[in-house]
Design a protein. Structure first.
Length: 123
């Protein structure tokens, strides 16, 4: 496994195989996606019993890429990330009905640099 979830003082974070922490500390992190080796994204949640947990989608670089959503969307569900289209599909494990989709902004680490040919090159 390239990544693992570690619990410390009641909080969870993701660490890489070298022992470097790559996420903030959260109340809960789902193993779907990044930790399972199926995506560059993961879902993490914070909150408490009084206010309810809110979750969001995060990239492995730590960037939050979605709006907050209630954790109740994720209960008893199979979570599948589509990195190219920027969606998470949440499907019930009991009757395979789509519960919801969660949109996120994909991170493209290898954007092509735009070159302005009207400017002189600095050699």
């Amino acid at each position: 496994m390239k990544y693992k979830i570690v619990k410390e003082d009641g909080k969870y974070a993701i660490f890489d195989e070298s022992g470097n922490r790559i996420s903030e500390w959260f109340d809960w992190i789902y193993p779907d996606g990044l930790v399972e080796g199926k995506s560059d994204y993961y879902i993490a949640c914070n909150g408490n019993a009084f206010s309810g947990n809110t979750c969001a989608v995060y990239h492995k670089n730590g960037k939050k890429v979605s709006e907050d959503f209630p954790e109740e969307y994720l209960g008893c569900a199979q979570i599948t990330f589509n990195d190219n289209f920027g969606i998470v599909e949440v499907v019930s494990i009991f009757d395979t009905d789509l519960i919801t989709t969660i949109d996120f902004n994909p991170v493209y680490p290898f954007k092509e640099e735009i070159i302005d040919y009207t400017k002189l090159l600095n050699i």
